[in-house]
Design a protein. Structure first.
Length: 150
């Protein structure tokens, strides 16, 4: 009798790197002050009435870790998007490392799994982040309007 083997999901590393590179470019357009020496955080008027709060969690010579949260509408049933992103300035990539409180996202999951993550959850989160950044850029009043937070 032949055993049934489910094919394991293969990580699309090139695709993930391309997404992270595109996300870096979009993030740089939306928040050019990330490359500077800003500490604490700032608010970007990115969605015309729905500001985006950015908190700088860690800054190193080649990387910055930030929390990005859309300031939500209380009338909405869904929580506003919230991402933790590691920005690699030397490689010009921005990778989602946590989303909506979910941390330590693996590049590959067997399915089904206890957390009900997609087989390519990391890829999906980075794609969602890229789409969200595109929405911010398309609907923002100014990519340079920001208020520093302490």
């Amino acid at each position: 009798m032949r055993a049934h083997h489910r094919s394991r999901h293969k990580v699309d590393l090139a695709g993930l790197q391309a997404l992270c590179a595109a996300n870096y470019v979009a993030l740089e357009k939306l928040m050019p002050q990330l490359r500077g020496d800003t500490v604490g955080g700032f608010i970007v008027d990115a969605l015309g009435g729905h500001d985006v709060a950015v908190r700088i969690l860690e800054r190193a010579p080649y990387t910055t870790i930030i929390d990005i949260e859309q300031c939500g509408n209380a009338a909405s049933a869904a929580p506003p998007p919230q991402f933790q992103v590691r920005v690699y300035h030397d490689a010009r990539m921005a990778e989602v490392v946590a989303c909506q409180g979910h941390r330590h996202i693996k590049p590959r999951y067997d399915y089904p799994n206890a957390g009900m993550y997609q087989r390519d959850e990391k890829f999906q989160l980075n794609r969602f982040f890229g789409e969200w950044l595109s929405l911010c850029l398309a609907n923002g009043r100014s990519v340079h309007s920001h208020v520093l937070l302490s």
